[in-house]
Design a protein around this ligand. Structure first.
Ligand code: GLU
Length: 320
């Protein structure tokens, strides 16, 4: 008989890990929402996939379910490329082309200011395509490798592009092309909009997991420095700017309702991912492909809301 100190000791389980397990088990049963299929390749996603991950500003990670399942980042890319554009082109140049007003519109609305043609903000497609135009490089290859390197730094590992999803969106994204040519018409984009558009399609097809997104969000929560690799990913002065646009427009046309209820900057994507950032503390990520009418993952929204409520993370909550 082995006695102490040789007898096996129970592995300590974190209360957060247990909390995530029971939340995951409960919400897995939900069957609302549908897998997005307007990009044909996305329709192949498994509707049962469901992962949750929390990463803290000091590098602790808690995950459950399909938290290592890769999926395409889609619109969650938009705030990251906006940050890159702010750094590379400078704030004045970016503000001259992309506004910071809420749109209240669906993600692929045209939403250009009637007088100037400037997109209302960087998280609607028009603003995101413009941000791709502001990323340095004349070619799609140069721009997208710059973007991929930046996102990889945020995630703390080398990411790649899902070429099938890219080809699928590039082959069907006529509405986004129309937006690109509108931007060209108003001289928001200079020259042929194709490099900005194809770069946008590529960035949307970057493959991530819940864990990657949680580390990306935790990097924002940590002032732009990845909490594990300690690499700077975004100048600290731009982090509050990026979080502000996420607060205002991160949930498409449900952004007001999200801000009202959750009180945190967040960004969703039609691939089923959602990242919410608790400034100075952590990021909370949910992933599950079935999305509601607005394009927001149903399970992920509920999971993140529940975590925010339970841990009292709403940034306006300190006034209670
Ligand atoms: N690539 C998608 C599009 O522009 C992104 C949509 C999204 O996640 O909202 O249609």
């Amino acid at each position: 008989v082995l006695r102490f100190p040789f007898s096996p000791r129970p592995v300590p389980t974190s209360p957060i890990q247990e909390f995530l397990h029971s939340l995951h088990a409960r919400l897995r049963e939900l069957s609302e929402g549908n897998v997005a299929d307007y990009i044909p390749e996305l329709a192949h996603a498994d509707p049962d996939q469901f992962g949750i991950c929390i990463a803290t500003h000091d590098g602790f990670v808690y995950e459950v379910g399909d938290s290592r399942q890769p999926f395409t980042i889609q619109s969650i890319s938009k705030p990251l490329t906006y940050g890159l554009a702010l750094e590379e082109a400078g704030e004045a140049a970016v503000l001259a082309k992309i506004g910071v007003e809420p749109s209240g519109d669906v993600f692929n609305a045209i939403s250009l200011r009637p007088q100037t043609g400037a997109p209302l903000n960087p998280l609607i497609n028009a603003g995101a395509i413009t941000a791709c135009g502001l990323v340095p490089g004349d070619t799609v290859a140069l721009k997208s490798s710059r973007i991929l390197a930046t996102y990889s730094r945020f995630a703390g590992r080398t990411l790649d592009i899902d070429e099938r999803v890219y080809a699928s969106e590039s082959g069907t994204g006529h509405r986004n092309r129309a937006i690109g040519w509108m931007l060209r018409n108003f001289s928001i984009l200079d020259g042929d909009p194709t490099p900005a558009l194809e770069t946008y399609f590529k960035q949307c097809a970057i493959r991530v997991t819940c864990r990657d997104l949680a580390l990306m969000g935790a990097t924002l929560a940590n002032g732009g420095v990845n909490p594990i690799t300690k690499e700077r990913c975004l100048e600290s002065k731009f982090v509050p700017r990026v979080l502000a646009v996420m607060m205002m427009e991160g949930f498409y046309d449900e952004s007001g309702a999200w801000a009202y209820k959750a009180g945190l900057p967040a960004k969703t994507g039609v691939g089923g991912g959602i990242v919410a950032v608790v400034p100075g503390k952590m990021a909370i990520v949910g992933f599950s492909p079935p999305v509601n009418e607005a394009g927001n993952s149903v399970r992920a929204t509920k999971a993140i809301n529940y975590i925010i409520d339970s841990l009292d993370l709403d940034i306006f909550g300190s006034t209670r």
